[in-house]
Design a protein around this ligand. Structure first.
Ligand SMILES: C[S@@+](CC[C@H](N)C(=O)[O-])C[C@H]1O[C@@H](n2cnc3c(N)ncnc32)[C@H](O)[C@@H]1O
Length: 286
């Protein structure tokens, strides 16, 4: 797959001794800044049907948070989930690498929600162990590297805190590598999976602009890559859920088969993780 050198940017560091500098250095534009208008048309103020019906209530349930908890919405985009959390009485901070999307977020949210333009791979964004929980919705599959992100989250959370993240299902929803198909003989709707085990970088050109310069990136990884990166960051899976679509087909010849297939093939995978206990070795007496 085509490699891109464009990755989400970090907040430019200030040079402490250069008093003459008037302008902050220009931030590198991320692919999500370029795609911000398209993504906003898709998700809007309140999220897609999937956000509203499945993902946001599901993540909130898995977080098991209490009113007043301090929650991090990692890769918050235009702040749809941040606002949902605030409406449940949480103290929320949202972080995203796209300045454009954070501007949408700020303009639509109460000032009590704090938003940060920052790269989730940079650990200095937050002090250690501040948050009671963190969430990341549909974004880890858009991040080039998992390890630094998981390591940071592990540092930013209080010891018993949960990190809940949702990704598009890594076995059944891989852009350009998975499709629905119709088996005429058996009269069943099936899911075809052409590639799974290889890690892939998949550029997605964003309609309706359809210019090869405006795209987002999806990084497909098999499940074992997620588990290995979590383990390396000292995080263990407490719960894992697979969520199917709630949609139904219009009445027709294939509607029953399509509805059955939707119930069998999950669209999303949700992980609830926590820090693994640190194992201290017993010093054996001789
Ligand atoms: C598909 S959007 C999801 C946004 C939001 N969570 C939602 O559900 O609408 C993916 C988001 O990941 C953000 N992102 C990608 N890489 C990032 C990084 N390294 N640090 C912070 N945000 C990042 C993008 O800017 C984009 O907002």
């Amino acid at each position: 797959m085509k490699k891109t050198s464009r990755t989400p940017s970090s907040r430019p560091s200030r040079k402490p001794f250069k008093k003459t500098a008037k302008k902050a250095p220009a931030r590198a534009v991320t692919v999500w800044d370029q795609a911000a208008r398209w993504y906003d048309a898709l998700v809007g103020v309140y999220g897609t049907d999937h956000h509203r019906d499945i993902i946001m209530p599901g993540v909130f349930r898995l977080m098991n948070s209490r009113k007043g908890d301090r929650i991090l919405d990692l890769a918050c985009g235009q702040g749809v989930f941040s606002r949902y959390l605030a409406s449940k009485g949480m103290q929320v901070e949202g972080l995203d690498a796209s300045e454009e999307l954070i501007q949408y977020a700020q303009s639509r949210s109460k000032p009590s929600i704090k938003f940060h333009v920052a790269d989730a791979r940079k650990k200095e964004v937050f002090e250690k162990q501040q948050f009671d929980a963190a969430a990341c919705i549909l974004a880890l599959q858009n991040m080039e590297k998992l390890e630094p992100v998981f390591q940071n989250v592990a540092q930013w959370l209080k010891p018993e805190a949960r990190f809940v993240f949702v990704i598009t299902h890594p076995c059944f929803r891989i852009p350009r590598q998975t499709h629905w198909g119709w088996d005429e003989e058996k009269k069943i709707e099936y899911r075809r999976v052409d590639r799974y085990a290889s890690e892939l970088e998949i550029p997605i050109i964003t309609p309706p602009i359809a210019s090869s310069k405006v795209f987002t990136m999806t990084y497909h990884r098999p499940l074992q890559s997620y588990l290995e990166a979590l383990f390396q960051a000292g995080l263990g899976v407490e719960r894992l859920e697979e969520w199917v679509s709630g949609k139904t087909s219009e009445p027709g010849k294939r509607a029953k088969a399509e509805n059955r297939a939707r119930k069998e093939i999950p669209l999303f995978m949700a992980f609830c993780v926590r820090r693994l206990p640190v194992v201290t070795k017993n010093k054996s007496k001789k």
